[in-house]
Design a protein around this ligand. Sequence first.
Ligand SMILES: *[C@@H]1O[C@H](CO)[C@@H](O)[C@H](O)[C@H]1NC(C)=O
Ligand SMILES: *[C@@H]1O[C@H](CO)[C@@H](O)[C@H](O)[C@H]1NC(C)=O
Ligand SMILES: *[C@@H]1O[C@H](CO)[C@@H](O)[C@H](O)[C@H]1NC(C)=O
Ligand SMILES: *[C@@H]1O[C@H](CO)[C@@H](O)[C@H](O)[C@H]1NC(C)=O
Length: 351
Amino acid sequence: IYCERELLCCYILAVSILYFFIRMYGLTVKGSSVGWNQTHHCKLLDWLAPDQSQLCRRNLELMHSIVQAAKLTKNTCQNTFNDMRWNCSSVEKAPRFTPDLAKGTRESAFVFSLAAALVSHSIARACSSGELPSCSCAPAPAEQAGPDFIWGGCGDNLRYGLQMGSAFSDAPMRNSRSGSQAFRLMHLHNNAVGRQALIDAQETKCKCHGVSGSCSVKTCWKGLHDINHIAMDLKSKYLSATKVIHRHVGTRKQLVPKELNVRPVRESELVYLVSSPDYCTHNEKHGSLGTQDRQCNKTSNDSGSCNLMCCGRGYNAYTERIVERCQCKYHWCCYVTCKRCERTVERYICK
Ligand SMILES: *[C@@H]1O[C@H](CO)[C@@H](O)[C@H](O)[C@H]1NC(C)=O
Ligand SMILES: *[C@@H]1O[C@H](CO)[C@@H](O)[C@H](O)[C@H]1NC(C)=O
Ligand SMILES: *[C@@H]1O[C@H](CO)[C@@H](O)[C@H](O)[C@H]1NC(C)=O
Ligand SMILES: *[C@@H]1O[C@H](CO)[C@@H](O)[C@H](O)[C@H]1NC(C)=O
């Protein structure tokens, strides 16, 4: 356990940051559809770090975006890892923290960076869709417009998203109660990596004008890529994440890569402090659920293959009947009729 000094510090950390997002999610699924339009709603978040509580009161209008980001973080993490041994399901266990997320693992690096990216993403999008009184479309980019287009339209307000998003994501990490300094540095770094992935995910989007789609005039703006694009980028950073240690470099203690070749940590790499188990077998102490009964793919070679997913234990096959609508026909006007088709598919489940 990284918080070797006091077990409690992991716990405090747990209720403060990630669980901030996850419990926001809990609040929304419990059906208590909070309006987030009165400051006393912030009291619902009594487990928030004091800084975040103040942020909530001062920026009440952002809370919808943050709740949205919490949901997206959970769903996106699970979709991105559904073919991996660690499949992000422990996010749902909150507020009971499992060690795969409470320790400074590679998996927690991914989840934190994703949450940081998606909070800023949600806010930037909320600005451009006119949901927030405090911001609107991004100003036109500083770079020169091309020969065939002009800047116009409504860009996602990345700048505002980054500014407010980092206030929310980083606030708890600036509080010395949230675990060891190494732990806080790790997550601050990974939050920044998440936001950098968001910055890199800007794309120029255009709209044609002119007589019947002739596109003689084009307006363009900078928009953000969709969330899956960002998640895949962070997943590849997760796969190549760097193990770091906290040690003196000159007079200050910093995170540096654990291998001997001394170089600073790069802005583009996710970092972690604690090695993860292989997640093959059930082990609560390590936060590993194991892959028994997980579905696997017999024909693929990648992480979802039966070979890798089942860790060499083999798999059981069974067949499943699927009933679906098929041979659908459109009738003028306006309805669709379909037939019911049955087919059987082979499924494979890890032993
Ligand atoms: C707050 O939001 C709720 C639900 O959206 C609404 O019913 C209520 O009137 C709002 N209250 C104020 C003070 O705007
Ligand atoms: C993730 O893995 C766990 C443990 O094997 C399993 O119980 C759960 O159903 C899986 N979740 C998804 C969404 O595949
Ligand atoms: C899987 O790997 C084998 C051997 O490396 C290769 O021949 C085969 O084409 C691969 N299959 C797929 C689906 O990538
Ligand atoms: C299994 O993997 C193959 C090759 O990657 C892919 O074409 C196929 O759709 C996968 N099957 C399932 C059920 O996901």
